[in-house]
Write a protein that binds this ligand. Sequence first.
Ligand SMILES: NC(=O)c1ccc[n+]([C@@H]2O[C@H](COP(=O)([O-])OP(=O)(O)OC[C@H]3O[C@@H](n4cnc5c(N)ncnc54)[C@H](O)[C@@H]3O)[C@@H](O)[C@H]2O)c1
Ligand SMILES: O=c1ccn([C@@H]2O[C@H](COP(=O)(O)OP(=O)(O)O[C@H]3O[C@H](CO)[C@@H](O)[C@H](O)[C@H]3O)[C@@H](O)[C@H]2O)c(=O)[nH]1
Length: 440
Amino acid sequence: MNISVVGTGYVGLVTGVCLSEIGHRVTCIDIDEAKVEKMNNGISPIYEPGLSELMTKNIEKDRLFFTTDHANGFYNADAVYIAVGTPEKEDGSADMKFVKQVAIDIAIDVSKDTVVVTKSTVPVGTNDKIKEVIQANLVNNVRIDVVSNPEFLKEGSAIEDSFNGDRIVLGSDSEYAANLIEEVNKGFGVPIYKTDIRSAEMIKYASNAFLATKISFINEIANICDRVNANVEDVAKGMGMDKRIGDKFLKAGIGYGGSCFPKDTKALIQIAGNVEYDFELLKGVVKVNQKQQALLLDKLNERFDSLEGKRIAVLGLAFKPNTDDMREAASIVITNNLIEQGAEVFGYDPIATDNAKTLLSDKMVYEGSVEAAVEGSDATLIITEWDEIKHVNLEVFRSMKYPLVIDGRNCFSLDKMKEVGIEYHSVGRPTDMKKKDYIL
Ligand SMILES: NC(=O)c1ccc[n+]([C@@H]2O[C@H](COP(=O)([O-])OP(=O)(O)OC[C@H]3O[C@@H](n4cnc5c(N)ncnc54)[C@H](O)[C@@H]3O)[C@@H](O)[C@H]2O)c1
Ligand SMILES: O=c1ccn([C@@H]2O[C@H](COP(=O)(O)OP(=O)(O)O[C@H]3O[C@H](CO)[C@@H](O)[C@H](O)[C@H]3O)[C@@H](O)[C@H]2O)c(=O)[nH]1
């Protein structure tokens, strides 16, 4: 089929590339000229494992195109996918300005019967509004149906998730449109769940809120483990063996970041508030996450009287491994605070440094390797569990002024760190060693 995808961010580009991989003719549209020029030259504007290769392959097969021109991009489209951003507004609600603009673009430029498919995460009721806006501005005499098709991919494994997802959710009030989009997705071989529009929209928010709840829950348990000398990794393993609980998303650390959980939890609180419902549990989840992001700072401040003039190495800046995405990364809160306290901060990330430079303080120093960041530092903080960081030769920490590692992602074995003689603090795992016990 002929498909247009509007927005070529993490969701739009992955969607467009994967739809072309299963045989559709896909045109991706973006208003960002620099991005479109890059993509037309076969370069992916984002880092996502496997994306560049699939992109090049499908451009060469003549079934993947990029343009800034909506009319050209919509030409002959059987379906138009909306994949633009829905960022957080100041009050926590989702900003629909990009989605609204796309609805108007569709109304003006679509020239044949089309199914509009919303991939963006949008508040309950938005797809009905999208249809209203399109109908109110429609230039040509064409039929428009709407399908809510929320996206569940994770950054860093987006391609893998697209072909091996747990489900594809399609919400529509038109049987014809739902069946057409079911047909479009058949090539993914992922189970398809059809429902009404509002339930589909709610499935997305409820799923993200539930996953965020699991993370905040295990982080609270970790904080208690810290105080009672239990090991949260063993606790999570033992809990996860119960199939009703499941073993996923129980990794304790310094909280969730990224472009989705932080904004979607707040948006759901607003969605509930709009119908006078106080979502108390989710408010707690958000509060716990804010507290958790400061955990490494608390541990560091307990350890030093003052951070003034201290050299602190920060390993990992992206919000999670295998992505260059810095949105809502814990590194933002942590490095800003360190710099405010007068520390000199030396950061290293294998991929996200360019994006970090646009977001972090200009007092940050960026190094090209773990070794360079760590050397001569008073403390090393681990923020993102990149493989390169998890598998670093532990001897590297001996090049610090004093080998003190505070790990927000539980990357290293407690026994190994003790054996090598590194003062090591992690999240929810017992540390029985005092400073004097460490080999210098
Ligand atoms: N990032 C994720 O992992 C993820 C996963 C699932 C769902 N989502 C949801 O998907 C949506 C998109 O997220 P993202 O991270 O891909 O966003 P993004 O910010 O990375 O990309 C959005 C793109 O849309 C383009 N755009 C804006 N207005 C446009 C217009 N009128 N016409 C054409 N292009 C336009 C922007 O230039 C940008 O390239 C959001 O609602 C998000 O919540 C994101
Ligand atoms: O056990 C865990 C799992 C994750 N995280 C953190 O949670 C955040 C989000 O991680 P992840 O969910 O893997 O990445 P995202 O790309 O943000 O994906 C989430 O958000 C997307 C956007 O809505 C959804 O599509 C995905 O299904 C959902 O997992 C990151 O900061 C992780 O470090 C933890 O702290 N502990």
